[in-house]
Design a protein around this ligand. Structure first.
Ligand SMILES: *[C@@H]1O[C@H](CO)[C@@H](O)[C@H](O)[C@H]1NC(C)=O
Ligand SMILES: *[C@@H]1O[C@H](CO)[C@@H](O)[C@H](O)[C@H]1NC(C)=O
Ligand SMILES: *[C@@H]1O[C@H](CO)[C@@H](O)[C@H](O)[C@H]1NC(C)=O
Ligand SMILES: *[C@@H]1O[C@H](CO)[C@@H](O)[C@H](O)[C@H]1NC(C)=O
Ligand SMILES: *[C@@H]1O[C@H](CO)[C@@H](O)[C@H](O)[C@H]1NC(C)=O
Ligand SMILES: *[C@@H]1O[C@H](CO)[C@@H](O)[C@H](O)[C@H]1NC(C)=O
Length: 705
């Protein structure tokens, strides 16, 4: 599968490179040949090489990683030229040109500049550089990326990377990622204009200036930077916003801690850094653990707790006496073997101090055992925590981006909303008011009193919602629980709901491409709720009214709220019970509701996004009144063109989108795709087969069976 690749795993080398970029000197008159002992020039650390590597029956010149098989190619010179034979030579000529001479004596230049170079260097960052006599840079491979970006490399406005044909053929492939003038980062197929109809991914950061560049830092973050002038810049978009999000930042047995907006590494207790100057190299034990002595009590070690950290969980169930570490996570405890990896400390909040001391297990294992406890426990002793926060937080503080939701008093929220003056929405769960905290606008949702349940349960759910972090989810900033009052404070979304922009006049609604991106964004958010967040969340009520828009993207709201109510209430409050088509069939059958119910619900919204109309339009002619029925009719009669009215939409794209929706309708839970599959289909990464003709009663009603 050809794809644009970014190498996060090169972080270790990159941090080295950052510390001090050592240079290898390649002098005038040097040469390489594919089969001689020197077929490439290495970087000082030996990690990267510039030179010949095999492709097909011949050889190509490029930059590649040494030592990590299969060979990872970073950059290719003249990538669409045919490979050369074993008799070819790469010359750095006495007059400063870099040329490839074939065995027939034919010469091709590797660089595109006329000026001569004086020396060259393969740097430890993966950059191959030609220098002028005064030591200034004449040319560098980082400025001419092919299919890969490395840490510290940038994609400037107007530049693009293009995927390769395959992992073994690095000629120009099918897809490109372009950093456009005007600020958008966009994916297109090759050989198309840079216009919206061809794009299949947009960062939605347009209009943010002409000097926006894509950057890849040594800590594994991708981000867009708006450079407004000399030394003046702002981040427009982050791939992940947590400094500690990139996995593997701290190597084995180390964990990442956020310190003043900076990621730093720490070792587990009893461990030291392998290389103190390169923390990505990880940590090793600073003592030798005693080995097993049979028939003896052996050594026993204390298990020490490391609170509020997350790790990769590779529990094993076989009962072994040598438990090296245990991972405790909200009631589950799993034995782990060393080494642990992907550790990171959860955002520190006032809770950590309280939690310490509660989970301090001392295990003395019969034969031997040692050390380490990795824990994430937030749920225990929650009540203490809240009290603690109640005392310490002031109204202006505590809304930092990635902090846990903070507790407000009712009086505070009255102030924030100016006594609930401006109502901005009303939903199944309550009423939403506009509020201001400091400089920041917020949306305060007051839940209906009849939904008020125990403080504990409410807080448990708030915790779950508060732990979600995704760019397509509306962020929960705080909450209030006082008496029967239950309020939630969310980030404010400036552009209203998807329903409000979708169903307004055709002139002002988003274009097809934008709508599809919105649909994909929603799918991403739902996928996160289903598969990627710590506690699985079933939304239960996905609809355009619950999708909110800010300047750039769609975000899902009201997730997690269904759980605030008990199951029976949930069914009542969706307010749509009995309406054919809306509620997944398993609800009526009293089967347990699974994530697939959201998929079922998603399809109607997808159809609404495709056709820019509500599912039910009683003013429409009868055959068109119910969107889903009408789509089915049009689809199976081959008349999908009718669905988008005057709007010009690519037929294949339209058909693909409808097919995805028709898959989601299926009664059979095993056939109905997962959200992941839905997203892959919508992103064009998975084939969209013809949906089976539904056998359900819904379909009989349409008169097709
Ligand atoms: C490389 O060349 C520069 C001058 O061109 C010199 O200062 C430096 O010491 C050389 N480095 C090595 C590793 O030979
Ligand atoms: C190159 O390889 C030959 C044998 O194949 C060896 O005799 C020679 O010393 C090598 N040269 C270098 C510079 O390593
Ligand atoms: C790489 O792919 C291109 C395009 O399909 C093809 O023309 C070329 O021969 C391939 N090169 C090799 C070495 O297979
Ligand atoms: C980016 O820079 C331009 C000026 O070049 C400015 O007008 C724009 O507001 C900036 N955008 C952001 C998001 O900072
Ligand atoms: C873009 O950058 C260039 C040089 O870095 C600068 O001269 C120019 O003013 C910048 N453009 C804007 C709109 O800031
Ligand atoms: C190992 O490190 C711990 C701190 O993590 C320290 O208390 C202990 O003394 C160290 N042991 C040795 C042998 O260095």
């Amino acid at each position: 599968m050809a794809s644009i690749t970014c190498f996060l795993f090169l972080l270790a080398s990159a941090s080295l490179a950052k510390a001090q970029e050592t240079r290898s000197n390649i002098t005038l008159g040097s040469s390489l040949s594919p089969t001689a002992n020197s077929s490439s020039w290495l970087s000082p650390s030996g990690l990267y090489a510039f030179g010949f590597y095999p492709q097909g029956q011949g050889y190509v010149v490029g930059v590649f990683l040494t030592g990590i098989p299969p060979r990872t190619v970073i950059w290719t010179a003249n990538r669409d030229d045919p490979p050369v034979s074993a008799g070819a030579t790469l010359l750095f000529t006495k007059d400063g040109r870099l040329i490839l001479r074939s065995s027939q004596g034919q010469e091709t230049s590797i660089t595109s500049v006329a000026e001569s170079a004086y020396s060259a260097s393969m740097l430890d960052s993966g950059n191959f550089v030609l220098y002028r006599p005064d030591g200034s840079v004449l040319l560098e491979s980082f400025d001419y990326p092919t299919d890969t970006l490395l840490p510290t490399q940038r994609l400037l406005a107007g530049q693009q990377i293009i995927s390769s044909i395959s992992a073994t053929n690095h000629s120009t492939g099918l897809f490109r990622l372009k950093m456009q003038h005007g600020g958008n980062l966009i994916r297109y197929p090759v050989n198309t204009l840079d216009t919206a109809p061809y794009s299949y991914y947009t960062s939605w950061t347009g209009g943010t200036g002409d000097n926006v560049s894509l950057n890849f830092d040594v800590d594994g973050h991708l981000f867009l930077l708006n450079t407004t002038g000399y030394g003046d810049w702002s981040v427009v978009w982050w791939s992940t916003d947590g400094e500690c999000d990139p996995k593997g930042l701290c190597g084995l047995n180390g964990f990442c801690v956020k310190n003043d907006q900076q990621a730093t590494c720490q070792c587990l207790p009893g461990f030291d850094f392998v290389e103190p100057r390169n923390r990505a190299a990880g940590c090793e034990r600073n003592f030798t653990a005693e080995t097993c002595k049979t028939g003896d009590a052996g050594a026993s070690y204390m298990i020490e707790a490391v609170d509020n950290t997350l790790w990769e969980d590779v529990s094993y169930s076989v009962i072994l006496t040598n438990c090296e570490a245990a991972l405790y996570n909200g009631g589950n405890c799993g034995k782990q073997r060393l080494s642990l990896r992907y550790g990171r400390k959860l955002v520190t909040d006032p809770t950590s101090a309280l939690i310490k001391g509660i989970l301090f297990l001392s295990l003395s294992l019969l034969t031997f055992g040692f050390v380490m406890m990795a824990i994430s426990l937030v749920l225990i002793c929650k009540n203490n925590v809240w009290t603690y926060q109640r005392i310490h937080n002031k109204i202006e503080v505590g809304l930092a981006k990635d902090q846990a939701p903070r507790l407000f008093t009712y009086a505070e929220l009255e102030l924030v909303t100016d006594s609930f003056k401006e109502q901005i929405g009303r939903g199944a769960f309550g009423t939403v008011y506009k509020g201001v905290i400091g400089e920041r606008m917020v949306a305060v949702k007051r839940l209906d009193k009849r939904l008020a349940e125990g403080e504990r349960e409410f807080q448990t759910e708030v915790e779950v919602i508060g732990r979600t972090h995704h760019r397509n989810l509306v962020r929960l900033l705080g909450y209030c629980v006082e008496g029967t009052n239950r309020l939630l404070v969310y980030e404010y979304m400036s552009n209203g709901s998807l329903a409000s922009i979708l169903f307004k006049s055709p002139k002002s609604r988003p274009f097809w491409e934008e709508r599809m991106e919105i649909a994909r964004d929603i799918a991403r958010g739902v996928l996160y709720l289903h598969e990627e967040c710590e506690t699985q969340i079933i939304h239960c009520d996905i609809k355009p009214q619950n999708i909110l828009m800010d300047e750039n993207r769609a975000k899902i709201s009201d997730f997690g709220l269904a759980k605030l109510l008990n199951a029976d209430q949930t069914r009542t409050f969706t307010g749509i019970r009995g309406t054919r088509g809306y509620v997944a069939p398993e609800w009526h059958r009293n089967q347990p509701v699974t994530v697939k119910a959201d998929v079922y619900r998603f399809r109607i919204m997808l159809l609404e996004i495709i056709c820019c109309r509500r599912n039910m339009e009683l003013d429409f002619p009868e055959r068109e009144a119910i969107l889903e029925e009408w789509v089915c009719k049009c689809f199976w009669n081959g008349e999908i063109g009718k669905l988008t009215g005057d709007e010009k939409v690519d037929k294949d794209e339209l058909k693909a989108a409808i097919k995805v929706a028709l898959w989601c309708i299926l009664d059979d839970l095993t056939l109905r795709p997962t959200m992941k599959r839905v997203l892959l289909m919508m992103e064009g990464s998975a084939e969209i087969l013809m949906p089976p003709i539904p056998s359900s009663s819904i379909f009989t009603d349409y008169g097709y069976v």
